[in-house]
Design a protein around this ligand. Structure first.
Ligand code: GTR
Length: 393
């Protein structure tokens, strides 16, 4: 009887939360965004140096404390093993490496399996796109028996870039009962603290370990690594690039709430909703902001800004209102202030551009694709064009 009552109660609660999602622009509450250029001690930030010395580190700590959890920097050991290799993959167009990245800490270990294709058309170290794969591993098939727009490796190789991916579940299973069975085994202390990282933090941590590998592979130009993520993977790619400055460019595709969209707008998915459905993504402190966005000392424009002066590509899809396209574009627009400190001019238009009309020019790029919540060959085509401009190829 009690069990039935509990099930009924959680069902009603979920219905209530679902019904509460707003898609009406007129119902977006009035809000004030936290000031990017005002430090916690009320110091005005006027220069790139002040930004780098004071405000940026402050913002990263605030995101660690209130949202994604602390990012562990140390571990006892890292090793890389080439498990399989094929220098003539993709009809001789690419060199395939399957790399086992093994990290040890406190006698525990985690293995991140990296799939990497480098282009054979050049002998020079190649710039690379790294995808945090949050969908089926079929998308990153090494035999290429499946070719998908989610990771269009042939297309990217043809453009002269290396392309890589790891499966996010290697770092943290995407499940509220088992997310601990990955990177978090190395850092058990994180689990006991309210500001400890959970799954999104672990996915971003793993991306940094892949970066550690890229720095050792002479086929890769580690100064030209683009980290790509879609949706929950896009929240992780943005967090990875914000705090690990070795990533030269970040793609955050349809990342929505607690990705590139402003939380304070409460349009589409909200903090309460995301914390309820996915309690294993963000830290415990973040739950204090359920229906209480205005108490947050940050909003997501500050995460995009933390990537400056490096390049960021933000996207949306026209049918993906859940991810709040307007609030996403507005967040990116806000970040312009920081690029300006570096004398970097943004080419973003004043209002969101029409569908399928990318604003490509780095360092701040944006497009809204016609269609559903997805990562497609069209999106990748634009990322490659932007990388060509950014890396002057
Ligand atoms: C949804 C979630 C979004 C987004 C998406 C995805 O259910 O509400 O925040 O992460 O999943 O990852 O595809």
């Amino acid at each position: 009887m009690i069990k039935i009552a509990v099930i009924l109660f959680s069902f009603l609660l979920t219905c209530h939360l679902l019904a509460a999602q707003n898609y009406d622009e007129a119902k977006v509450p009035a809000y004030t965004l936290p000031d990017l250029l005002l430090s916690i001690n009320n110091q005005r930030i006027n220069t790139a140096k002040q930004w780098e010395d004071i405000r940026r580190p402050e913002i990263i700590s605030l995101f660690e404390e209130h949202v994604y959890g602390t990012m562990p920097k140390k571990f006892d050991e890292i090793s890389f093993k080439i498990k399989a290799e094929n220098p003539n993959a993709m009809n001789r167009k690419a060199h395939l490496k399957e790399v086992e990245i093994s990290v040890k800490n406190h006698q525990q270990s985690v293995i991140i399996n990296l799939i990497l294709f480098t282009p054979n058309q050049t002998r020079k170290p190649a710039p690379v796109f790294l995808l945090i794969n949050n969908r089926s591993e079929k998308n990153t098939s090494v035999t290429r028996d499946t070719i998908s727009g989610f990771w269009p490796a042939e297309q990217v190789i043809k453009a002269g870039y290396a392309i890589a991916a790891f499966y996010y579940g290697d770092a943290a299973p995407d499940n509220k009962n088992s997310f601990q069975n990955g990177v978090l085994r190395l850092y058990p202390e994180q689990l006991g603290s309210d500001n400890g990282m959970k799954a999104v933090g672990a996915w971003a941590w793993a991306a940094s370990r892949v970066m550690d590998y890229f720095e050792k592979d002479s086929a890769i130009d580690a100064s030209k690594v683009t980290i790509v993520g879609h949706s929950r993977g896009g929240k992780a790619s943005l967090w990875a690039a914000a705090q690990d400055q070795r990533f030269a460019m970040c793609v955050t595709n349809c990342s929505g709430n607690t990705g590139a969209a402003l939380s304070r707008r409460r349009y589409g998915e909200t903090i309460e909703r995301i914390n309820t459905t996915f309690p294993h993504w963000f830290n415990e402190n973040y739950k204090n902001y359920n229906s209480n966005e205005k108490a947050l000392p940050i909003d997501q424009h500050m995460l995009i800004a933390a990537v400056a002066p490096r390049a960021v590509y933000v996207t949306n899809a026209s049918e993906d209102l859940w991810a709040d396209p307007k609030g996403t574009f507005m967040a990116e627009k806000e970040a312009e202030k920081i690029y300006k400190l570096y004398n970097l001019k943004s080419s973003l238009p004043d209002a969101p551009p029409p569908m399928n009309t990318p604003s490509l020019k780095p360092p701040l790029s944006y497009h809204i694709r016609k269609g559903i919540h997805d990562l497609t060959a069209y999106d990748w085509e634009q990322f490659v064009k932007t990388a060509d401009l950014y890396f002057k190829r």
